[in-house]
Ligand binder design. Sequence first.
Ligand code: 2AM
Length: 477
Amino acid sequence: TKAQIGVTGLAVMGRNLARNFARNGYTVALHNRTASRTHQLVEEFGEEGIFVPAGTAEEFVAALERPRRLVIMVKAGEATDAVIQEFAPLLESGDMIIDGGNAHFADTRRREKELREKGIHFVGTGISGGEEGALHGPSIMPGGSVESYASLGPMLEKISAKAKDGAPCVTHVGPDGAGHFVKMVHNGIEYADMQLIGEAYQLLRDVAGYSPARIADIFRSWNEGRLDSYLIEITAEVLSHVDAATGEPFVDIVQDQAEQKGTGRWTVQIALDLGVPVSGIAEAVFARSLSGHADLRAASRHLAGPSALALPESEAAAFADRVEQALYASKIVSYTQGFHEIAAGSETYDWDIDSGAVARIWRGGCIIRAAFLDRITAAYEAEPGLVSLLSDKEFADEIAAAQDDWRAVLVAATIQGVPTPGFAAALAYYDALRAERLPAALTQGQRDFFGAHTYRRTDREGSFHTLWGGDRSEVEA
Ligand code: 2AM
């Protein structure tokens, strides 16, 4: 019997994905550049299902039923191109190559186009959920052709995470690079979520004066409410963990320099290209970057800070409640920004992405899974053309209820000198959007002054220029 699916690249993600297919009853062909990984998988997990190990690329391709479904799980970048070049000549029209790596969507668009010319479907697929997700059910974001999804979709639905209502966390996101684009924005939102949680933690520590263990309890209680999410849950776990060697809170013995692999940075780079303000995600990326500048930080430690003291114990609990409001309101804003980027990408590349469906498949399996995503799905279902999540009445009402506390938290952070770039960027975005007038009018005046860039008027059509160097009369441009 032939395999219904094959996986090449059997490092931990590929291995777990292959096991997931096998555990769900599919016959899975296995291949890896270094054959020992293939053998190891069969040795360790062969009992879990039906595997067909292949030593060579030819054997691997021959093991697959037609049309072939070949999943590539190698490091994004050159390795992906190398593997495509190895396998594409062995494939036939109608076969599918599924790239489950964290590819840049522009690479996916290029590969899809090249392979389409050979009749091969290239399915750039975002997979979120880490190692555990790959094994037990990830959130899956496939791009590529409608035909490829017709063949592949049922299998992906089977191995994907299921939301609480039982719906599989996979949908055909859109053509060519749409899946990897959405995965990229997912990761950008993940960066923002993590930054906001980090700021909330730091405020509870420095302003409320709470211990990590106490803060863990606060996060646990938040996880019972509207902030119910995987990231809040694991935050409580990390904060309550005590280092075995020193007996200190784990969070105090870890170097405070955050690393990144690049998808958050891409989210911001692409947002700049598309002209989408994702200020919260950008602050999260910059915050990680700043944390890593050890020399700069060491050289800056002597800089003056405020002399304010932490809050008295009697005010700490009320402050913690305010931080929950600030965190929730800021979270709404970062999702608003992320979904704006998805809409802009969809528009630019003609992907016709259903934002509500994206929120739906993020409800389970992925790192940003959260009860909150049900609400986003509902908002888009109520109004598919929703311009902004902030235009949804329920979210707007929630922010309205949270805003006084949100502002108070930022005042406290500022007075105490606790950096809260995520909270602050989110509030600035909110206030800028709702402003009657923005200083952009002044910017236009300045641009016209030094560069004759012209401006439009509020009261008449047309472009105008003021003769700043002359009699300051206005001319129509
Ligand atoms: P390896 O076991 O032979 O190193 C993660 O690095 C996975 O991608 C591994 O399974 C690795 O195979 C595979 N990989 C990395 N670069 C590759 C390449 N250029 N060609 C084929 N597989 C590659």
